[in-house]
Design a protein. Sequence first.
Length: 254
Amino acid sequence: MGRFLLTETRYPAGLRTPWHAHQTPAFCLVLRGRYVQRFRRREIVYQPASVLFRPSEAEHTDHISPHGAACFIIEPDKGWLVEAGLERLNHEHALDHTGPRARWLLEHALVESRRPDVMTPLALEGLVLALGAEFARIAEPSPVRRCSPWLLRVRDALDAAFPARVTLAVLAADAGVHPVHLAAAFRHAFGASVGEYVRTRRLEAARVALRDPERSLSEVALTLGFSSQSHFTQAFRRQTGLTPGAYRRQQDRA
């Protein structure tokens, strides 16, 4: 569509690719499943609702989980990054973005791709430009490169336990630092407070859970750590502009 190649790619369970590189860059939204993409100096974990940018010419290998995976991928043509002023994105490894706006942009691009009309190429150009700007904001310096090992352990602990109630005091005690220092360092490294990060992870998981029609809204809310269904609805609407029920109906129609 225009200057973009759009694909919904399914990866078979357990696939392991040889080392390879792509001539074009790519923006990726993980729709389901999990896999690891290994670059020469970094490893990136792809999991449901992850949003990533894969640079061109960066050698990597893919290790797909035993359950397989599926992604929505947008590949601009080879000269697009330079013309858009986004050549800074071409690192030696992929970039992962935790911000809700980047995911929102890719989800809207997915809707456009599934229901194309004469205006779709123009709409995609705007969405991908905005998406590139979101990644450019985190491209230099890389948050992971400036993180202390203990901060990465705190983030990993939050990723593993975000549905539970985790206090700043407990995280700080486990890391061996003062809670005030942890709060300031975490925001500096990841661009969000601990509470904002946890809320974003919960809402990312909620988007995936809402695609399962067998799960009620109250079950999704309580299993992901929201105090009530109304609390879940308010948080979800603030981030997406839709209630959980409306989001589920939108996904059913897509």
